[in-house]
Write a protein that binds this ligand. Structure first.
Ligand code: RB5
Length: 151
């Protein structure tokens, strides 16, 4: 599995912690930055990681900002991205099984390192269940493409 990872300036330390964890699991990581504390607008890493995921260069993406909110909103504007911001592992797991999320967002000001690692672990280990969930994913895609839902 190949993971693209990106973050803004308040999340460099948590990004490095998560990267180390991924590398210990022999997961290939593409880091789009930022890697310093200069202010970085979170839509920039959101766009870079999303592009790597939608193009198939990366299998999934991880985005980190202060709350995970701004960076996940930005990613969710991109066609083909289903990003979830999580602060506990249960939703992370279910977000893949039911919603086929391809980006996990974390808040460096919300979750401590160990909890973030548990969230990432559950999210990575989960698989999309398909079946009854696909119809709903298709409806989300319809909203994404046309802005309306025709029932
Ligand atoms: C940066 O100060 C902060 O606004 C950002 O990291 C994030 O929390 C936005 O959602």
């Amino acid at each position: 599995m190949k993971i693209a990872i990106g973050n803004d300036h308040v999340a460099v330390a948590l990004k490095n912690y998560i990267m180390k964890y991924l590398q210990e699991k022999n997961i290939e990581v593409i880091d789009v930055g930022t890697n310093n504390n200069d202010r970085t607008d979170y839509p920039i890493p959101a766009a870079k990681v999303s592009e790597l995921v939608t193009s198939g260069v990366a299998d999934r993406g991880i985005l980190i900002c202060g709350t995970g909110v701004g960076i996940s909103i930005a990613a969710n504007k991109i066609h083909g991205i289903r990003a979830v911001v999580c602060s506990e592992p249960y939703s992370a797991k279910l977000s893949v099984e039911h919603n086929n999320t391809n980006i996990l967002a974390l808040g460096s000001r919300v979750v401590a390192d160990e909890l973030a690692k548990m969230i990432v672990s559950e999210w990575l280990d989960a698989s999309y269940e398909g079946g009854r969930h696909q119809k709903r994913i298709d409806m989300i895609t319809q909203l994404e493409v046309s802005g309306v839902l025709s029932l």
